[in-house]
Every structure is written in C-alpha cells, then in structure tokens.
Design a protein around this ligand. Structure first.
Ligand SMILES: *Cc1c(COP(=O)(O)O)cnc(C)c1O
Length: 396
C-alpha cells in the first residue's frame, strides 16, 4: 500500500465514520491505547449505568429489582452478544468467568460423546483453556491431545469427543477457519467448543453458519465490560435439551423460586446458569456490549483492516527489525498485530513508559490490539513512530 503522509492521515480520520464513537470512552490524555484486546477502556455509559444501578435499583428498589430486570440480565445480555457472534436469540447467556464457562461447555460437550476417549486442542493456545481441558480430562479419564494448528484436521478421528479451539491465537493473532474445522469435527462425529475471547467484538463471528456446537468468550476485552467482567456461553439450540450443566444450581432450575428439592433444569440456555447473577458486573458488561453493537460489527471490522494495513505498512518500513507474525489475509487473523523480537520484553516496557500501551507475551512477542471504536489512524502512525524510536533506543 501507499503509506500516507500526515495530511492524508488527518483526512482518513476526518472521513472515518466511526470517529465519533471515541467520545463514548474515558481515555487518558497522553496515552495511545493499543491494549483494548486485553482490557477494553471505560465507556462513559458504564459510569452512568453503574451510578443508576446503585442509586436507583439497589439503593431504592432493593430486592424488588430482581423482578425488574436483574433476573433477566444474563439472557438479555446474552441475546445482545448473540447478534455480534452470529448466534440466535436464546443461544447465549452471560455470567461466570470465561474459565468457568469453558469448564461448563467442555464438560457438557464431553458428556454428549460418552463413548469417546479424547479431547483435541491446539498446542500453544491460551493456558486457561489448556488447564481446564487437562483437569476435566483427568477427572473423566480422557486423553487431552494438543497438536500444532496444521495437524488438527488429521488428528481428528473416531476417538475425538470434543475439539476445543481458541478461534484467534492470543500471541500471533492467527485465526482458524471455524467453518472448515467445525465441519471436519462433525464429519468425525466430534463436537466443537470455540473460545471467542479474541473474536467477540473484534470481527463478525458466524457461529450458526459454521455449525458450531458450543462457544465461550470474554467480556472485558473487545466487549469493554470492565476488569473481570462476566464472560458468555453459547450452546447451539439443537443441543440445549440434551446438554447438562456440570455445575447445576438453583438459578439454572426450571423454577428457582419453587425451592424444589429435586433438580429440574430450565428449558433452554438458562439451564447453564448456576448461582445468582452478578448484577454489578453484568450491568457494566451490558453497556460495554452496547458500545460495540452501536457501531456494528461490519464497520468495525472494515476499519480494523485499514488500521492493520497502516500499522503493518509503517512497521515494515520503519521497524524492519520486527518480524510480523500476524497473517496478512483478513480472514486468517483477528483484530491485532504482533511482532517477534528477541528484546520484545524490554521494548514493550520502554514503549509503555512512553505512553504507547501494548502487551508483551513471552517469549518474544509484541502485541498490539486494533480497536476501531476509539483508535484513529493518526494514533497508529504516531505509535509506530514511537515504536521505531524505542526499538533503536533499546537495541542501541
Ligand atoms: C482472556 C482469555 C480468557 C480469560 O479467562 P478469564 O476466566 O476471564 O480469566 C480465556 N481464554 C482466552 C483464550 C482468553 O484470551
């Protein structure tokens, strides 16, 4: 691509139809925030929603508020998230951490394939996914097999109960072909659990179209739900009647307030709830999700690609020491750009000290989130400029 001069960058920012969304966020002066894929920034709407929750709902409605929107929050927010990930209403519920939801999804999926011996996953994927899968495999007497991405299709077989994958690799940003792998798993009779932590709010996900069985994702990354925000769980409608919640509790009961001794799971996605919904966190998640929905996934993804091309082009010219490890093809990546460098740890520390915030991921990866809701083209150019100076400084 032709690299833009300062005037062209200003024109791109002026013509950016998403530029107005930046004002919806509290972003500190003097910082270029390229870490919204780790922790999304605070939406102003969240500040007011939490204030209203405290002052009006909790403060004055007290226990009556459970019937005035609180009890319905997990399913209501789930439906909002469903529109971002290509799911139908009633297929997604919000609540619990991503890690706990992974356990629920994986245990439910494995129980639907009781005669099979193996959980298959990708080597080098996010540790919590691996830990949950290993713990569950040990408990159930299954084998956990972790292979490199390219070997996944060949590793699927009649032994495979579940294929567990993070759609986007957290270090490199490489994205799996969800439709192809889901079809390959299904052809072997296996079920899929997709972790959408780096997908939801980053690009349009097509769970239904891909035929995915189960999915989970994170609320505090691209969805801006706040530190430790509740995650979300997707269970395809066709599995909901048979799938069992491994942590059955009273809120997933068909009639929680009948206080029955006998467990009777709720029909539909609500059976995957366990305990009382965390309303403070869910309220913040709801406004965070609304910020993404207001912009729309197609526009966000279109701008993300332009931000990526700009970052990649400038970095190739100005920081040739850095090796880009994120695939160039848009269909093969998420909304981030990552580079390898032997001194990545020191470079990122120096970069953060100069106000450009990204992530270091061991052993040698510099990772920058591309978040079109609040990142301008000028900021990306400025960030690469500081990156260039920082690399020189650290490696001098
Ligand atoms: C961020 C992330 C999580 C987060 O899990 P928590 O339970 O919220 O700590 C899980 N999986 C992946 C792939 C992630 O990137």
């Amino acid at each position: 691509m032709d690299l833009p001069d300062a005037e062209t960058l200003r024109a791109w920012d002026r013509d950016d139809t998403l530029a107005a969304h930046r004002a919806a966020f509290a972003l500190p002066e003097g910082v270029i925030y390229l870490d919204g894929n780790s922790l999304g920034p605070l939406p102003h709407a969240t500040t007011s929603a939490l204030q209203a929750l405290l002052a009006q709902q909790w403060g004055t409605r007290l226990i009556r508020a459970w019937d005035e929107g609180w009890m319905a929050a997990p399913a209501r927010i789930g439906d909002a998230i469903a529109t971002l990930i290509g799911a139908q209403p009633g297929e997604v519920v919000a609540g619990d951490s991503t890690t706990v939801l992974l356990y629920k999804a994986l245990a439910a999926a494995a129980a639907l394939r009781p005669d099979r011996a193996e959980i298959l996953t990708e080597a080098g994927s996010f540790p919590t996914d691996r830990h949950v899968a290993q713990g569950l495999a040990d408990r159930l007497g299954l084998r956990l097999l972790a292979v490199p991405a390219a070997e996944l299709p060949a590793a699927l077989g009649p032994r495979t109960a579940v294929l567990l994958l993070c759609e986007v690799q957290y270090r490199t940003g490489a994205r799996h072909d969800m439709a192809a792998l889901t079809a390959a798993a299904r052809a072997q009779g296996a079920l899929t659990v997709w972790d959408l932590s780096h997908s939801a709010g980053a690009f349009p996900v097509a769970l239904h179209q891909a035929g995915a069985d189960f999915a989970v994702g994170c609320g505090y990354k691209f969805l801006n739900g706040g530190p430790g925000a509740p995650g979300f769980l997707f269970v395809a409608a066709r599995h909901q009647a048979a799938a069992q919640n491994p942590i059955q509790g009273w809120i997933g009961h068909a009639a929680p307030f009948a206080f029955d001794d006998a467990y009777q799971p709720a029909p539909g996605i609500a059976r995957f709830l366990s305990g009382t919904p965390a309303i403070l966190g869910l309220t913040a998640l709801e406004t965070g999700v609304a910020c993404v929905a207001a912009a729309g996934m197609p526009s966000l993804w279109a701008k993300s690609q332009n931000l990526f091309n700009l970052f990649a082009g400038l970095a190739a010219r100005d920081c040739p020491e850095l090796i880009c490890v994120t695939p160039a093809s848009p269909a093969a990546r998420g909304s981030q750009i990552a580079f390898r460098h032997p001194q990545a740890r020191d470079i990122m520390a120096a970069l953060v000290a100069r106000g450009v915030i990204g992530d270091f991921r061991p052993p040698d990866v510099l990772r920058f989130g591309l978040t079109p809701l609040y990142t301008s083209f000028s900021e990306v150019a400025q960030a690469v400029d500081v990156l260039r100076e920082t690399v020189r400084l650290v490696c001098a």
